[in-house]
Write a protein that binds this ligand. Sequence first.
Ligand code: SIN
Length: 565
Amino acid sequence: MPDPMGPAASRRLPGRLSAPAPGWTTSADVVIIGSGVAGLTAALRLREHVDKVLVVTKTVLNAGSTQWAQGGIAAALGPEDTPAEHEVDTLVAGAGACDDDAVRVLVTEGPEAVRELIALGTNFDHDEHGALSLTREGGHHRDRIAHAGGDATGAEIQRALIAAVEAAPDIEVIQHALAVDLLLGADGGVSGVTLHVIGEGVRDGVGAVHCRAVVLASGGLGQVFSQTTNPVVSTGDGMAIALRAGATLRDLEFVQFHPTVMYLGPESRGQQPLISEAVRGEGAFLVDFEGNRFMQGVHPLADLAPRDVVAKAIMKRMLETGQPHMWLDARHLGVTGFWERRFPTILATTRSHGVDPVTDLIPVAPACHYASGGVRTDLDGRTDLPGLYATGEVACSGVHGANRLASNSLLEGLVFSRRIAAVLPDELRPWADPVTDTRNAGLVSGSVRRDLQETMTSKVGVLRSAAGLGEARAVLDELSEAPAEVVGQDAWETTNLLTISAALADAAALREETRGSHWRDDFPDRDDEHWAGHFDVVMTDGATAVTFGPAPATDTGLEEQEVHA
Ligand code: SIN
């Protein structure tokens, strides 16, 4: 058993971000940070019970990850399907690290939440008989993924939610507003949030919003890595803000790498094109440079195995053959205009990069896709900081465990935002002035961002080892000592990226086993005897501490079923 407090890290990170004093103030009962499926669902629900709801978003309403979701939203909506079967698939994918109760909530409340989205005006695809068209993705044993516009599900959900929010005059929205830090009351709970707004008139620059609760719905941390499917706004801001304010981060080491991200060459950085798992769901398959279908024999579901299994198999084949990517063969789907109808977005993207999937193999390699961990919450989205709630990718509700099941992410945002909205109005805190903030202020230079991303990708990416993680932690310590010369968005985001990277690397170094999306070269097996449980990270005065809490594995017996299916 390891030291329960984890390895001592010498680094001291900012306990709050250096920023000018607020030049303007406003107030709202509830501030929602983020405008994807989680944030806008929370806003639409809360407005029915709360006087003033304010949504703030870093750029524009549709700039987050929801817009980019291709595959769809998973729920037991088919006539043969049941929440219990969805639950089993979720637990198996989560590799023993899910929270059973949270998964049950997700799968049982999921179908109603999706029906509500339809009632709101979301146009999902239907089959020729007029029934909801459901497809399959990795790890699912049923067709249960609802999709829209073929492969533009997130964009359609985002469109419908934005239309509903715009039709609700009582929801205020501030765009181009980066959340800097929480303001805390005398009891340590939330009493507001500072924002930096690129705006006009009175609300320009840093300001303070006084409030009675904050809902974090700010998405994930994909920009921690140099290649990711996440948009540029995914810089882990919500997780870093929560950590600095005293909330707990959980399961950060479980970062999901999507197996089939289009490979654009060794120099390509930032957001990379996703080739949805739904393409494999429709019959595409992976091959190596010799044309071998290497997923066969690896797992009973072959090319549709859970995402971590496929990502690892691709990576292994890349290492064995010395090639920088593998290939996805979907040429047989090219007949009768299937590509045009079912995957118009992916078709346009691959063609824009000179690859026609109707005639060509698509080069693919794993890239960072999703943070299964985040700000620890209970079943109603409460964090352990009074007045702070979290939902969607920023949160760790326990539904994903060590590896999120495909298309469970939009569903999580929907279901848990509804639950927050059901409890929060009765838990609104009394208005309270923030106390003087004594946390150590600091800021890391934006110039270290590229080094940070390269280090995280090469040492804390798909394949990890003690040696690599040690090197990464040393580099992060060094980068944390590069003070910012310019106070502004680049430095604020980079400080958030560094804060989350450090916590992630610390937890990854401690988890000496391979589980789900956490793959340790030096500890290749899952080890329930020592590592069934969670790593939690907290921050005090800029120093982070990691603790391990054992918890029984939640998929006991299910894995066997899977292997012998
Ligand atoms: C995909 O379409 O492959 C991604 C869906 C997801 O991340 O759940």
